[in-house]
Every structure is written in C-alpha cells, then in structure tokens.
Design a protein around this ligand. Structure first.
Ligand SMILES: [Fe+2]
Ligand SMILES: [Fe+2]
Length: 135
C-alpha cells in the first residue's frame, strides 16, 4: 500500500499546483517503496535529491503566484518552504556522509510535512489566488 494517497481534500483548486503536489506525493511513495524493498542507498539518495529539486521548483511556482498577487501571508509561507528545503539538504548531507541512514522517521517527517503544509498553509491561499483569477 502506498504511504500517502492523493485525495481531493488536498486540492488547492489550482490545476498546475495540484499536479505538482500529486508529483510530490508520488515521490514520497517511491521513496517509501525503495526503502521497503531494501533498495541500495544510492537509489534512495537519488530519489531524495530528485525530491529536493522538484520541491524547490514547486515552491518557486507558489511563491511566484503569491508575489504576483501580493498575498499577505507570503513571508511566513516562504519561511516554511525555506525551512523544509534546509531540512532536506541536511538529510541529503547526512546520507552522503554516512552520518545517518534513511529511516522511517525521516520518511514520516517528509510525508507529514507535505500533508500538513498542503492542508494547513497552501490551502489558505486558495480563496485569495482563486479570487485573483489563478485556477
Ligand atoms: Fe505546495
Ligand atoms: Fe507552500
């Protein structure tokens, strides 16, 4: 069973962003599968690196929309993104140096952060951006 399931409850009512969120959910599931199947560390690391890159480009999309429309909560929202990227960078570094192995704790952090951020923080911009014509 997949670790995370996409559902309409996660929708922010903006097509491009829902698509990006679905891809991030897929990546967490791929990471989970790779760990479950005992895939080699370099494969796990490759997925983490891919996720970091994709998350950064997804955050850039959201930040662009928020900035364009002068979304009032932009600074706090961007701060959450920056903290997440810093955490993933740290995880990547620890994996590379062998300081720690990929664990369910890290995986749960990634999946919980993603769900909580989408449901809590991302969903808040929906009515604002929808009203500004972003769908
Ligand atoms: Fe998002
Ligand atoms: Fe966000």
């Amino acid at each position: 069973m997949a670790l995370m399931e996409w559902s309409d409850r996660l929708s922010v009512n903006i097509k491009e962003i829902d698509g990006q969120h679905q891809k991030l959910v897929d990546m967490v599931n791929r990471l989970h599968d790779a760990m479950k199947e005992g895939k080699a560390d370099d494969i796990v690391m490759q997925i983490v690196a891919e996720m970091k890159k994709y998350a950064a480009s997804h955050f850039a999309t959201e930040e662009r929309h928020m900035k364009t429309h002068s979304y009032p909560d932009y600074p706090a929202h961007k701060n959450e993104h920056d903290k997440f990227v810093a955490k993933v960078v740290q995880v990547e570094k620890d994996l590379k140096t062998g300081k720690c192995a990929m664990s369910m704790d890290i995986l749960n952090f990634l999946s919980n952060w993603l769900v909580n951020h989408i449901k809590g923080t991302d969903k808040k911009y929906s009515p604002f951006l929808n009203a500004a014509g972003v769908h």
